[in-house]
Design a protein around this ligand. Sequence first.
Ligand SMILES: [Zn+2]
Length: 188
Amino acid sequence: MWDMKSTPVRSWLNEHIPTPSLGRDISSEQHLTQPIPLEEITIPTIDQEEALTSDIGSTWMTPIFYYLDNGVFPDDPLEAKKIVKKSFGYNVLDGWLYRRSFLRPWLKCITLEEGMAILIDIHKGLCGSHEGAQTIANKVLRQGYFWPSAMDDAKELVRKCKKSQEYNFIPQALVEKLSAIRSPWPFY
Ligand SMILES: [Zn+2]
């Protein structure tokens, strides 16, 4: 019987695995020992500083985020008053804006574009069954995302969807064939 204490792993390997020959011909590996030319560049190769540009000013979250994170107000006093009032419903956590709630988990605030992508995915994605606006808007909230016009955007999406227009007025008609979905928990 093999005894772990009396037979170290190292000696077992030496006995059973052949070691490579040390007297091999290294003439074919001479190129590996050639010096590599290095050049130190002290002058910048471009005149302007590179910077990431993003259009953060156009999102609905920006004024609320700036006020909560840095205490920065908009210049317009009326607008500043609105932002202060609105910001009571939000909070910044780890650099991200969240919609506060007392009865359910906080919702992660996202841009309109991101929200529309999620709505489209839920409505007519892989498992989308062209459900109504209220249903898909609630599904987005249950997934933990928020943007102020979620319900209006859902209505607009359903209104413009061709398949939803065709099947909306036929009772019990399914737009797509039903597909089996595996649930991680029963009755979820
Ligand atoms: Zn549809």
